[in-house]
Ligand binder design. Structure first.
Ligand code: RTP
Ligand code: MG
Length: 143
């Protein structure tokens, strides 16, 4: 299995709920390494550009409002099969449909405020990592 990188966001509801440590623990327990991290207050333009693929969807404005409602923690996670592994431990978009023990089942309240984001493909991961991080802000592990 290939070593991959994926972009993770702990969304404003989970940052506000004080769940950063619990969610990072899930990543590390799953064998994912945090190789980049920063806390950001997004504005409408930065959140909108990130979710540009959803610009025509009815929930786009609500999604931007939510994502700018408080700080987010953006991280680059690295590990074997990291993109799919991260999506697995996040759980389904709608927490009501998320499998038991997943991050969204345990920390999200609704489909609109669902605690975390994870890249959904290698192509998205590459775009999303470079959207938030310069190359020198991602630190490969040396030990
Ligand atoms: P994300 O991008 O945030 O990781 O979530 P996802 O891949 O599981 O879901 P996606 O289809 O990319 O949708 C992005 C975010 O938009 C909101 N959404 N609302 N009301 C709806 O039908 C609906 N569908 C999507 C969710 O908050 C989702 O996380
Ligand atoms: Mg998505």
């Amino acid at each position: 299995m290939a070593i991959e990188r994926t972009l993770s966001i702990i969304k404003p509801d989970a940052v506000g709920g004080n769940h950063i440590g619990a969610i990072y623990d899930r990543f590390e327990q799953a064998g994912l390494r945090i190789v980049g991290a920063k806390m950001l207050q997004l504005d409408d333009e930065k959140a909108g550009g990130f979710y540009a693929e959803h610009a025509e969807r009815p929930f786009y404005n609500d999604l931007k409002s939510f994502m700018t409602s408080g700080p987010v923690l953006v991280s680059v996670l690295e590990g074997e099969d990291a993109i799919a592994k991260h999506r697995d431990i996040m759980g389904a978009t709608n927490p009501k449909e998320a499998a038991e023990g997943t991050i969204r089942a345990d920390f999200a309240n609704s489909i609109d405020e669902n605690a975390v984001h994870g890249s959904d493909s290698a192509q998205s991961a590459a775009r999303e990592i470079s959207y938030f991080f310069n190359e020198d802000e991602v630190c490969p592990r040396t030990r």
